[in-house]
Design a protein around this ligand. Structure first.
Ligand SMILES: [Mg+2]
Length: 274
């Protein structure tokens, strides 16, 4: 029997009804200036793989496309929910399953197609095509550009799109897309889960955490632990509502690694002859 002094050991009490969910950037790895250079430590991958053998669900929920997240984290046995809840890729799948399809998926792209003009380029607005989500970046541009982006946001809203603000980025999304909160719903749909541990560092993670808290309050989850990775850039609300706050990704990975060791011990104990 594993000792109960690990904060995450609640997951091993009834592992077949337990889920571990983690953000990637800023949670399983440090944020770096160039996102393509972010690296998830090998010990994180190995620990997630071990836990995937014990727990009902291990998932990464990220703003990156799900295949990119899988390549980055490297664990084959876990589920990846990508682009803030837009598509997921399960163990053994080659291609992601897209949650929003058809006309809805094209709405933001169509808006950009109809309204993009050379003035956006001279204002230093860069468009990132994330499929159903279209992101307008203006890092490096001034206040005047921000005013232009605000104008675009108003326009997009009157065209029926949802707007989501990040750090020097505006995302245009189809209406009804619930980001990571929607990802959490989708992940828990159709499986019996009583216990969830969720970790994240950013505003989108707060949305997921609030959804999980609501499910716990409604009695749909028996145990919920929200882990916040503290950072000066993250929303203070996430740290305030969290059950556990760690200072950096390495500390969160320490906890996962410790839990994986306990899961291995428990599995060895279960198969050891009397
Ligand atoms: Mg993050």
């Amino acid at each position: 029997m594993a000792a109960s002094d690990s904060p995450l050991s609640v997951l091993l009490e009834d592992p077949e009804r337990s889920a571990l969910m983690s953000d990637v950037d800023g949670t399983l790895c440090r944020i770096v200036d160039r996102p393509d250079q972010a690296r998830v430590p090998v010990r994180a991958r190995e620990s997630l793989e071990i836990l995937a053998d014990s727990l009902a669900l291990v998932a990464c929920i990220t703003g990156r496309p799900s295949p990119v997240a899988r390549k980055m984290v490297g664990a084959e046995k876990i589920t990846y929910f990508g682009n803030h809840g837009l598509s997921y890729i399960k163990p053994g799948q080659d291609r992601p399953t897209v949650v929003i399809e058809g006309e809805e998926a094209e709405r933001a792209r169509n808006f950009i197609r109809e309204h993009d003009n050379p003035f956006w380029v001279t204002s230093k607005i860069r468009i990132e095509d994330k499929g159903p989500i279209q992101a307008l970046h203006w890092r490096g541009a001034g206040n005047r550009t921000e005013a232009v982006v605000r104008g675009i946001a108003d326009h997009a809203q009157s065209a029926g799109l949802a707007t989501h603000w990040g750090r020097k980025v505006l995302e245009l999304r189809p209406p009804g897309m619930e980001g990571k909160a929607g990802a959490v719903d989708e992940l828990l749909d159709g499986i019996e889960i009583d216990t969830v541990v969720f970790a994240g560092d950013d505003r989108t993670d707060l949305e997921a955490a609030l959804r999980l808290r609501k499910l716990a309050e409604e009695g749909q989850l028996k145990n919920l632990m929200i882990v916040a990775i503290d950072s000066s850039e993250g929303p203070p609300e996430l740290v305030e509502m969290a059950d556990l706050v760690v200072a950096e990704p390495e500390e969160w990975i320490d906890l996962i690694e410790d839990l994986a060791a306990r899961a291995s011990e428990a599995a060895a104990g279960a198969t050891r002859p009397e």
